[in-house]
Design a protein around this ligand. Structure first.
Ligand SMILES: [Zn+2]
Length: 310
């Protein structure tokens, strides 16, 4: 038993019916589809047999019925992309579940613009920040090079061994191995920042970063671990804690985002310590410093290649 699609695909004046694989009938205007895709233009211009209908053509209510291989959900989504925005808004692909079937339909029917919109959804930072592995798997499955590489970069924000997601089955074991190898290489490369020369090179002298050396009425104290000495002097203890925490996290998640998130936690800790010198200015000092470190991490990571053929 066929059911009718939701508005606007139930229009009384529509001139063709597209029937989805699961039996939903979409009453659509051929003009909108022909304008969107040369594939549809050709399909609707097929020579008609005498009597007006294509041979063996199924008819309903005087309209030609075209059997589509897509299910109703996919058909609904990509028809909304084809229709003018005054009749149907472009669907959001933010939940990613529909990205792959819509992409497949867009490719099959030569809907270049829709393919572009799916690609944009896959590199939407809002989606990448929370679900980089899903974006990676979908992009890799669809052989989208730029999107795959971008998603791989975002997976660095997460632990080396990722949490399971259903899209993982879209990629091969070799793809996953390539992703893990890339992640591991980034971890190793970022650890070179333990050599703190980049700090002394950037600030040039202690006067460029006075806050790193507890002075005046600061009660925070300096650490005696030589690893954190700068220009031969010990640095303030809370900064050392921040650095230790960051580098520990970078061993699993080598990303600038890791550095910035740890900075936010440090602000809370230093403020709670109530030091007359550090507490008031910790936010701007650590924000500036963590941006510098995050930038260094991102520069290093940018030089590492995801080894994968496209
Ligand atoms: Zn202090």
């Amino acid at each position: 038993m066929e059911t009718c699609a939701l508005t606007p695909f139930d229009h009384a004046k529509a001139d063709i019916i597209l029937r989805s694989a699961d039996g939903v009938e979409f009453r659509v205007f051929t003009l909108f589809l022909s304008l969107a895709s040369p594939f549809f233009e050709t399909l609707f211009c097929l020579p008609q047999a005498p009597g007006g209908a294509i041979t063996d053509q199924v008819m309903k209510d005087g309209l030609v019925v075209v059997a589509m291989s897509e299910d109703s959900k996919t058909l609904d989504l990509f028809l909304r992309f084809c229709y003018p925005s005054t009749l149907a808004e472009d669907p959001s692909l933010e939940n990613l579940t529909d990205a792959l079937p819509v992409l497949a339909a867009a490719r099959k029917y030569s809907l270049g613009l829709i393919e572009k919109k799916v690609c944009q959804a896959l590199v939407n930072p809002k989606v990448l920040e929370t679900e980089p592995l899903r974006c990676f798997a979908i992009s890799r499955n669809a052989r989208l090079k730029h999107e795959t590489i971008t998603a791989a970069r975002y997976t660095l924000r997460q632990p080396l061994i990722p949490a399971w997601c259903s899209e993982i089955d879209l990629i091969t074991a070799s793809d996953l191995l390539a992703l893990l190898t890339y992640h591991k290489k980034c971890i190793t490369a970022v650890q070179t920042l333990w050599d703190l020369n980049w700090i002394t090179n950037h600030y040039r002298s202690q006067s460029g970063c006075k806050w790193l050396f507890c002075s005046g009425y600061c009660r925070c104290g300096r650490g005696d671990d030589k690893k954190f000495f700068l220009w031969g002097d010990g640095t303030v203890t809370w900064w050392i804690k921040y650095m230790q925490e960051v580098f520990e996290l970078l061993k699993d998640s080598p990303s600038g985002d890791t550095v910035r998130t740890a900075a936010d936690r440090t602000v809370g800790v230093v403020r709670a310590a109530n030091c007359t010198v550090c507490s008031g200015q910790v936010k701007e000092n650590i924000a500036e410093f963590s941006n510098l470190l995050a930038q260094k991490v991102e520069e290093i990571v940018a030089s590492i290649e995801l080894e994968m053929d496209f």
